[in-house]
Structure formats: C-alpha cells, structure tokens
Design a protein around this ligand. Structure first.
Ligand code: FES
Length: 184
C-alpha cells in the first residue's frame, strides 16, 4: 500500500526537468526492471542551488526521486552525497518492501552527480565490471565473464547500463570487438 506522501509525489513530481549546462549529472538504470533516472544539479558555493530530474520508471522510482530532490535542495555536496535510501523511504512515510529497491536509483544518480567521477553511483556489479575493464584497458566479453565469474546475460545487462552512462563502449580492433572505457 502506498502512503499519501508517495501518491502525492507521483501525481505531482517536484523538480522535473533537465539542465543542459548542469554542474553535475548522474544517470542510473536498473537492468532488471528497465527503469532509468537522470539527475542534474547546479552548484553554488559548494551547495546544490538547483536540482531537477528526468525519469523513465515505475511510480515508486518517480516518487522517491521527486522527494530526494526536495531533500537535496540547498545541501552541501557532501550532505547530498550522504542521503541514503532509508532517508528517502522515511521522507515518504514508508515504502512497501518489494519497492524499497526503487529508492536506490535516485540516490545512486545523485551520488554520481555530486561525486563528478562518473562511477560513484554504480551498483557493485557495475563497478566491478568497470574496474576490470579499466585495469586491463581492452578486454573481450569472454574475459570479463570468466574473470568475474558472472553469466553472459548478466554482463549484457550491466554493459547496457555502463554504455548508457557513457562509461564503457565497444571498440573494434582487427575484426575483434573489445570493451574499453568510454574515453579511450
Ligand atoms: Fe524499477 Fe521501481 S521497479 S525502479
């Protein structure tokens, strides 16, 4: 059962929009459900002066990101980075257990936007794949699957997210396709 606060944030999402000239952008997707959140922030004196988001997701992901933008307004970058999934759940007066994970997306996207490094908001498996590619410069999909001991379909899903976040791309060298960092 959704709380009144959640229904209100879903029906009237706050701070929806996009800043082409943002100081920080975070994009996170959940390959299991296909939902994506993108958060844009403007920063003045180390504080978030403006924050907006775009969402392609379920009602809970929209409501949790909406309330997150309210929580993050006027916070320092460190304070915003530290907003947890449970802070978001509390601000909405609770979330049904099966929807708790929906609060991860906005929180992770905000961490990425405030961290500026591009990888702060990644899920652990995404970070593992990213780091492996970074450490080895140029790898095949089979190498990643074997090194990290994950199924092929899992790698496919996570690579789709890393591509979407412009962190990893495919590169053709002498007829073979390798995974490399996006800026290689
Ligand atoms: Fe995907 Fe809610 S079901 S974020």
């Amino acid at each position: 059962m959704y709380t009144e606060q959640l229904i209100d944030h879903f029906n009237n999402p706050r701070n929806v929009g996009c800043f082409p000239d943002a100081d920080g952008i975070g994009t996170i997707g959940d390959p299991d459900c296909g939902d994506f959140i993108r958060i844009y922030i403007r920063v003045k004196n180390n504080r978030i002066s403006e924050i907006v988001f775009e969402a392609c997701g379920c009602p809970a992901s929209i409501a949790t990101t909406s309330v997150l933008t309210v929580l993050a307004e006027d916070k320092t970058l460190d304070q915003a980075f530290s907003i947890s999934e449970m802070d978001i759940v509390r601000a909405l007066g609770g979330l049904p257990d099966p929807k708790i994970h929906c609060s991860n997306l906005g929180a992770a996207a905000l961490r990425q936007a405030t961290g500026q490094s591009g990888t702060d908001g990644l899920l652990p498996i995404q970070k593992q794949i990213y780091d492996y590619i970074k450490d080895n410069k140029m790898v095949t999909r089979d190498q990643v699957v074997n090194a990290l001991n994950i199924p092929d379909w899992e790698l496919e899903k996570q690579i789709a997210v890393l591509r979407h976040c412009e962190l990893v791309k495919g590169k053709k060298v002498e007829g073979n396709v390798y995974l490399v960092l996006f800026n290689e």
